[in-house]
Write a protein that binds this ligand. Structure first.
Ligand SMILES: Nc1ncnc2c1ncn2[C@@H]1O[C@H](COP(=O)(O)OP(=O)(O)OP(=O)(O)O)[C@@H](O)[C@H]1O
Ligand SMILES: [Mg+2]
Length: 458
């Protein structure tokens, strides 16, 4: 388990945190100020430092900078008083990986630590991978400042250990899949597979065979026996994404599985059993579909044992700045750019915009802005047009032709899923020309994580 150092000037508080973390199997040390922490860090290895921000002597921010100097791979989580999210954001700019607002329940800290450890593991794996393929990396952690999202984190902590079926609802891009992954990562199933089947990506005829498998000869082309994703997810978690688009026969088979724990492969007579936790996600109003007769009400109740609704970003404005900084960190790491943060005018626009595409749109907007801002701060004029026009700042600072060209190329690439051949022909230029422009603007081709057949495996 992890080596963790807790830094806080209140001994009782420190003690209760270390008891909780020790119970989770971590190796915990304590320090009551920054200076003592540095001494400990100089003598013993450490994976995570959890520090208060306000302390007498050396404060949390200075400690953070020291830690990063001493050991760049040591992660820092800051604890901040309610209402001082600004300082937390500043800390994240200096390299803190997460923050937690006081007062909090010890289990919340456990979630933050787990998340950090997941990320540490991820980062190591990604470093190895990157050296091979030079790909882009996205952190998987959930950023949550708003009361609504913190409530969801609470809920995840409470329900992860049960096997109850979960129905996650919310508009597109709100983070439903991330929530599903967090549930899995906090459950006893975490070492086992997390498998996604996207009902929207599969025609009705393939849904059933992908999900439940088939026997040889079940249909033309079934030349062998094949287990379905539900069997691949044995002892793990299966995410049924876009459940609203499950075909009628998939729906009835799912219902049977939820009622009796059994299913049959297509073309087979014997019942099979698996131990799989189901999580369903949708951005549709299932109630409407039930009324229209395209979704089974009995299935809805079986799925909706634990409902989680992820609110749209416009209903939780507290998350916007933190998410923007989070993505900024990620994209700066990716591109090795020196972008220090957002100017106030940019932050104002981000806060005023209503984000119909939710967190995904914000993520894309930050990526776009980072690309237009090679160095320094992101200003209003670097934000995408839809965000700028919202604040009436459509004619912000003039942009160079290069910037406009780079932005247009990215937009076309995005719409072609980064297929360079298609993008080049759409842009009316040759492939080599496109390649040269990508190099010139420092744009790296990237792979989108969408499994063509609608299946993804972690
Ligand atoms: N709270 C969050 N913290 C950090 N990243 C987030 C958060 N919420 C969403 N994201 C990021 O935003 C993007 C969209 O999230 P996700 O794919 O989970 O949304 P979704 O609700 O499943 O969308 P859709 O309905 O379109 O499938 C992802 O890149 C995800 O990592
Ligand atoms: Mg999704």
């Amino acid at each position: 388990m992890a080596a963790i150092l807790i830094v806080d000037d209140q001994p009782n508080f420190r003690f209760s945190l270390s008891v909780t973390l020790r119970r989770e199997g971590h190796d915990v040390s304590e320090a009551d100020d920054g200076r003592q922490a540095v001494t400990i860090l100089e003598h013993a290895p450490c994976d995570i430092v959890i520090t208060d921000l306000k302390m007498p002597g050396m404060d949390g921010l200075s400690l953070l900078k020291e830690v990063k100097k001493l050991n760049g791979s040591c992660e820092v989580v800051v604890m901040t008083a309610f209402g001082s999210v600004d300082t937390a954001v500043e800390a994240m700019r200096y390299g803190a990986c997460d923050y937690i607002t006081k007062p909090f329940q010890p289990e919340e800290l456990v979630i933050v630590v787990d998340r950090t450890l997941d990320r540490l593991g991820l980062r190591k794996r990604v470093k190895d991978l990157e050296s091979v393929v030079g790909g882009a990396f996205r952190a998987e952690g959930i950023v949550a400042a708003s009361p609504q999202m913190r409530e969801i984190l609470h809920l995840i902590a409470e329900i992860s250990h049960s096997d109850g079926t979960i129905l996650i609802t919310g508009e597109s891009g709100t983070g439903k899949e991330l929530v599903a992954r967090a549930v899995h990562a906090n459950s006893r199933r975490k070492e086992r597979p997390f498998i996604t089947i996207n009902c929207a990506a599969l025609p009705d005829t393939l849904q059933e065979s992908e999900l439940f498998g088939y026997a040889r000869g079940a249909f033309t082309g079934a030349t062998g026996n094949k287990p379905g994703l539900i069997e691949e997810a044995e002892s793990g978690t299966l995410l049924l994404d876009e459940i609203a688009l499950a075909s009628p026969s998939t729906q009835s088979k799912l219902l049977r599985f939820l009622q009796h724990g059994e299913f049959r492969r297509l073309g087979e007579n014997r019942e099979r059993h698996v131990d799989v936790r189901l999580i369903a996600a949708t951005n549709s109003e299932l109630n409407d579909l039930i009324r229209q007769g395209s979704f089974r009400e009995d299935l809805f109740y079986r799925l909706n044992v634990i409902p989680i609704h992820v609110p749209p970003l416009r209903e939780r404005p507290d998350d916007i700045v933190l998410l923007a900084n989070h993505f900024l960190n990620i994209f700066c790491d990716d591109e090795a750019r020196q972008v220090d943060g957002f100017r106030q005018d940019a932050l104002d626009l981000l806060a005023a915009y209503d984000w119909p595409g939710n967190v995904r749109e914000l993520e894309n907007a930050v990526e776009y802005a980072v690309m237009l801002t090679k160095n320094g701060h992101i200003t209003a004029s670097a934000l995408p047009p839809q965000v700028r026009s919202n604040g009436g700042d459509g004619n912000g600072a003039p942009r160079t032709l290069d910037q406009v060209e780079a932005a247009h190329i990215v937009r076309v690439l995005e719409s072609m899923d980064w297929n360079q051949d298609k993008a080049a022909s759409e842009l009316g230029i040759g492939r080599t020309t496109l390649w040269r422009k990508l190099k010139r603007y420092g744009l790296k081709p990237k792979k989108r994580a969408s499994g063509g057949a609608g299946r993804q495996q972690k």
